[in-house]
Design a binder for this molecule. Structure first.
Ligand code: F6P
Length: 404
C-alpha cells in the first residue's frame, strides 16, 4: 500500500523530524510502496496537491538535512473540517484523493486542532466502512495536548527560550540603571513554555524574577507592586509573561493586541501582552523598560534544538507507522514518561476522540501562591526535555536547510 502524511498547525523545530520518522519507518517496514506528502495539511489533500517523498528524499544527506530543518517542510494550515455527518462533500473529495493514490494509512502531525481534523476523518472512514487507518502524531510548542507527557517540539522551544532569556539576562544588567525587561513567550492558553524558564534556576540564574502564566488571573496593579518588591534588592528586573495572560485593563480595546481568529475560531496571533505591559511600566514607574517578543523564533529556531526532542520526534513518527501497520486507527500517538532519572519514555497511543480540540494546562500546584513564579518541583519535569544538542550541518557558516 501507499501512505500519506501531512503537517498542520503552528511550526516547531521538530515537526520535520517526525515527518522523517514516518518516512524512514515506512521504507524500513518493506510494507509501504510510496510515501506521499500533502502540501498545506488537509488542504493539500482536498486540492489534490501531493508530492512523492521517496523522490524528494532520494539521498541519505537530504534525509539528514530534513531532520535539522525547522518549521513544516510540507507547509501547514489551520483548516477546521465540518462535522462528518452533516457535510459529506469535502469528505468525499478527501477520500476520493486517498483512493486515487491508493492510500492505506494517513498520518497527521499536529496539535490539538489538527487532532480534531484527523479524528473527523477517522469518524467518516468508520461511517463509510473505509479500510484507511488514521493516526495522529502530536507536535506543538504549547505542550498542551492531553494524555501525552509532553509534545514533540516543546523541548526544543523550551531550550531556545531558556538559552535566549539567559542571554537577555546578561544584557539587561550592564548599566547601573533601574530597568525592567519583559519577555513575552508563546503558548496560547497554556503557560508551559513560559513556565519552563524555571530551568534557569538550576544553572544559578536568579532571573526571570517574575513569571506570569495564563493559568492564574493577572492583575496589572499586582504586577506593578511585584516589580517594586523585586526592585528593593535588584536594579535590573527581568519578567517573563505568557502571551496568553488576560490583562485587566478597564479599556480592553487599549491593550493593543491583535485579535485575528484562525480557522478554528481561536485567536491566532495573541502577541502584544509584553508591549502593553511595557507602556504600563513606563507610565507607572517612569524607568527604563523594554518588552521583547520572542515571537516565531521560539518555534522555528533549530540551531539550538534539543537532541532529546528531535530524537523523540523522529521515534514517535516511526511508532505511528508501526501502530498503523499493526491495525491501529483513530488514535494519537503519546509519550509516556517512565522515569526522570534516568530519563526514559515509551510510545503508546490514545483514542483521538479524547484529545481533539482539548487543552492541557500547566498544573496550578506548580505555580507559587503569589501567582508570579514557578515552584522548583517543575524543574525535574522540564530538565530532561531540553537535554542534548543536535549536530548541525553548516555551509558558508550557516545551518543548511532542506527545501522541497
Ligand atoms: O500553536 C502554536 C502557536 O505557535 C502558539 O504558541 C501561538 O499562539 C500560535 O501558534 C500562533 O499562531 P500562528 O501560527 O497563526 O501565528
Amino acid at each position: 500500500m501507499n501512505i500519506a502524511v501531512a503537517q498542520s498547525g503552528g511550526p516547531t523545530a521538530a515537526i520535520n523530524a517526525s515527518l522523517l520518522g514516518v518516512y524512514r519507518e515506512a521504507k524500513r517496514s518493506g510494507k509501504v510502496d510510496k510515501v506521499y506528502g500533502a502540501l498545506n495539511g488537509i488542504e493539500g489533500v482536498i486540492d489534490d496537491r501531493l508530492v512523492i517523498l521517496n523522490e524528494k528524499l532520494d539521498t541519505p544527506e537530504k534525509e539528514e538535512l530534513l531532520r535539522q530543518t525547522p518549521s513544516t517542510v510540507l507547509g501547514s494550515c489551520r483548516r477546521k473540517l465540518p462535522a462528518p455527518e452533516i457535510a459529506t462533500d469535502v469528505y468525499e473529495r478527501i477520500f476520493g484523493v486517498f483512493a486515487k493514490y491508493e492510500i492505506g494509512a494517513f498520518f497527521y502531525i499536529g496539535g490539538n486542532d489538527s487532532m480534531d481534523t484527523i479524528d473527523k476523518l477517522s469518524q467518516y472512514g468508520e461511517m463509510t466502512g473505509s479500510m484507511i487507518r488514521f493516526v495522529g502524531v502530536p507536535k506543538t510548542i504549547d505542550n498542551d495536548l492531553l494524555f501525552t507527557d509532553h509534545t514533540p517540539g516543546f523541548g526544543s522551544a523550551a531550550k531556545y527560550v531558556a538559552a535566549t532569556v539567559q542571554e537577555i539576562i546578561r544584557d539587561s544588567s550592564v548599566y547601573a540603571l533601574d530597568s525592567v525587561t519583559i519577555v513575552e513567550v508563546m503558548g496560547r492558553n497554556a503557560g508551559w513554555l513560559t513556565a519552563s524558564l524555571c530551568v534557569l534556576k538550576a544553572i544559578g540564574e536568579e532571573a526571570p524574577h517574575l513569571i506570569y502564566l495564563p493559568e492564574r488571573p493577572f492583575k496589572v496593579s499586582d504586577f506593578i507592586s511585584d516589580i517594586n518588591e523585586v526592585r528593593q534588592t535588584r536594579r535590573a528586573v527581568v519578567v517573563a509573561v505568557s502571551e496568553g495572560i488576560r490583562l485587566d485593563f478597564e479599556d480592553h480595546a487599549d491593550d493593543g493586541r491583535h485579535q485575528v481568529l484562525d480557522g478554528f475560531g481561536h485567536v491566532g496571533q495573541m502577541a502584544g501582552a509584553g508591549k502593553a505591559l511595557e507602556r504600563v511600566v513606563r507610565r507607572e514607574l517612569g524607568i527604563k523598560v523594554r518588552a521583547i517578543e520572542l515571537n516565531v523564533m521560539q518555534r522555528c529556531s533549530s540551531h539550538i534544538a534539543s537532541l532529546t526532542d528531535i530524537t523523540e520526534a523522529e521515534e514517535i513518527g516511526a511508532a505511528a507507522v508501526n501502530a498503523a501497520l499493526s491495525g491501529e486507527t483513530g488514535v494519537m500517538m503519546t509519550i509516556e514518561r517512565l522515569s526522570d532519572e534516568p530519563y526514559r519514555v515509551r510510545y503508546s497511543q490514545t483514542k483521538l476522540h479524547g484529545v481533539a480540540g482539548l487543552e492541557k494546562k500547566f498544573p496550578t500546584e506548580w505555580i507559587n501562591d503569589e501567582g508570579n513564579g514557578v515552584k522548583d518541583e517543575a524543574i525535574k519535569y522540564f530538565f530532561p526535555l531540553i537535554q542534548g544538542e543536535v549536530p548541525i550541518r553548516y555551509e558558508n557558516g550557516l545551518p543548511r536547510h532542506f527545501k522541497l
